[in-house]
Design a protein around this ligand. Structure first.
Ligand code: ATP
Length: 435
């Protein structure tokens, strides 16, 4: 990572803490590696990202249903899925400084990136990334359960439940947002790679033979979604997996990558998982997971097209993409739809009845939007604070308000100001802040 890039990340991390987006977990005890807590603004941003995803994947369609499966599942799920045997990363240690690396993330022919020693790496060992724990008071091998390393399996095992309950026919999908856990060998880059994270996954069940077409469809749909998130197009690209990069279950895979200050990296994966998942669960559970197509009168195991995106990684992407340093200010140019606070309301001064009017405006808007009322400090400083929080609109009650019932509306990115009648504020904001 270059010095400049280091600085960008450092500045962003400091802003995120200062403004209450992200704190280190258990900070008063010195923190715990790679675990983070979302503060008042962070939780709003995260919630808005999840809502935008749910909106486009579930509410705007009639072929996708939601589930919320439990994190702990029957241990056989992870045998069937291939995670017990195969969810491993190759791990190497530097014999000199004892640093630990993922073999596929470094060049072992080169010196150790931490201490610079040559030929100091151990042979690679496969390390299983699943977190293990015990169900109930007895800690023996018969009671081992895993914290799920992906949300997808909770969808596969509910395939027939959801299909029957929601009366869906192929092609249809199941969406889920939830926590996943991976005991990553080298977490890092802030919330980019952590051991506990959230995923937003959608599994789309299709008839074999129609899978290529649906794969292309979802690849395009998902790429377009990032426009709604407000990300810069030139910072996004596809990375197609070569044959030797494909996961054991995948016939075809594309990642959507973003250019982070530390390089191009995946934020979402789109996979054609074939009939692998339902086939394996059918085999391991003994339950018939085939689908009966009443038109062709055939019974078959559906193919699955998966779209899988990390919520925390997306949130980091949004923060990085929005972070802008200008001559006199730092501003988060977040898309209004995901901005944590939509509107800030200020009285210009703390007298002449202005605070009362401003408080009334804030109260009227509350309930519909996340609103922030602030009467402390100079107006310039109050604007700057909201710029750093990414608040798209600031409303100021001033002397003219008393005369003509208008307020100043200041737009975050252009800093342009216009006067809007108080009676028209609801309609004005509704138009500006629509999803
Ligand atoms: P990598 O190769 O980087 O370990 P992966 O290909 O195993 O990632 P997937 O299993 O496809 O990742 O997971 C789907 C998405 O979940 C990723 O695109 C990412 O956004 C998110 N994700 C995966 N692992 C982590 C993690 N450790 N921390 C945060 N987000 C993660």
């Amino acid at each position: 990572m270059g010095a400049q890039n280091d600085k960008t990340m450092d500045k962003l991390i400091s802003l995120a803490k200062r403004r209450g987006f992200i704190f280190q977990s258990s900070e008063i005890y010195g923190g715990i590696n790679s675990c983070y807590d979302y503060g008042p603004l962070g939780i709003e941003l995260k919630k808005n990202i999840k809502e935008l995803w749910w909106q486009s994947m579930v509410y705007e369609r009639d072929d996708i249903e939601g589930v919320d499966a439990s994190i702990l599942m029957h241990p056989k799920v992870w045998e069937a899925s291939g995670h017990v045997d195969g969810f491993t990363d190759p791990m190497v240690d530097c014999k000199q400084c004892k640093s630990r690396f993922r073999e596929d993330q470094i060049d072992t022919q080169k010196p150790c990136p931490v201490c610079g020693t040559r030929d100091s790496f151990t042979e690679a060992r496969q390390f299983n990334l699943m977190f293990k724990t015990y169900m109930g008071p007895v800690e023996d091998s018969g009671h081992i359960v895993f914290l799920r390393p992906e949300t997808a399996q909770g969808i596969y095992v509910n395939f027939h439940n959801v299909r029957e309950a929601a009366r869906q026919k192929l092609p249809f999908g199941i969406a889920q947002i939830g926590k996943a856990f991976r005991n990553e060998i080298t977490p890092g880059n802030y919330i980019f790679r952590t051991r506990e994270f959230e995923q937003m996954e959608m599994q789309y069940f299709v008839k074999p033979g129609e899978d290529d077409e649906w794969f292309t469809y979802w690849k395009e749909q998902r790429f377009q979604w990032y426009d709604r998130l407000g990300l810069r197009r030139e910072k996004l690209r596809f990375h197609g997996h070569a044959q030797d990069e494909l996961a054991h279950y995948a016939k075809k895979a594309f990642d959507i990558e973003y250019e982070f200050p530390f390089g191009w990296h995946e934020i979402e994966g789109i996979h054609n998982r074939t009939d692998f998942d339902l086939g394996r669960h059918k085999e391991h559970s003994g339950k018939d997971l085939r689908y009966y197509d009443d038109q062709s009168k055939e019974r078959f195991i559906p193919y699955i097209i998966e779209t899988s995106i990390g919520t925390d990684r997306t949130l980091l992407t949004c923060l990085i993409d929005a972070y802008t340093e200008e001559e006199e200010r730092v501003v988060l140019k977040l898309a209004p739809s995901i901005a944590p606070i939509k509107v800030a309301v200020f009285p210009l001064v703390k007298r002449d009845g202005m605070p009362e009017i401003a408080k009334n405006i804030a109260a009227d808007l509350r309930g519909k939007y996340r609103v922030f009322y602030d009467e402390g400090g100079s107006i310039g400083r109050r604007y700057r604070r909201q710029d750093e929080a990414g608040t798209p609109y600031c409303l100021t009650v001033d002397t003219q308000t008393m005369e003509d019932q208008t307020v100043t509306v200041r737009e975050r990115d252009s800093m342009e100001q216009e006067r809007i009648k108080m009676d028209d504020l609801q309609a004005y904001l509704e138009d500006k802040l629509k999803f």
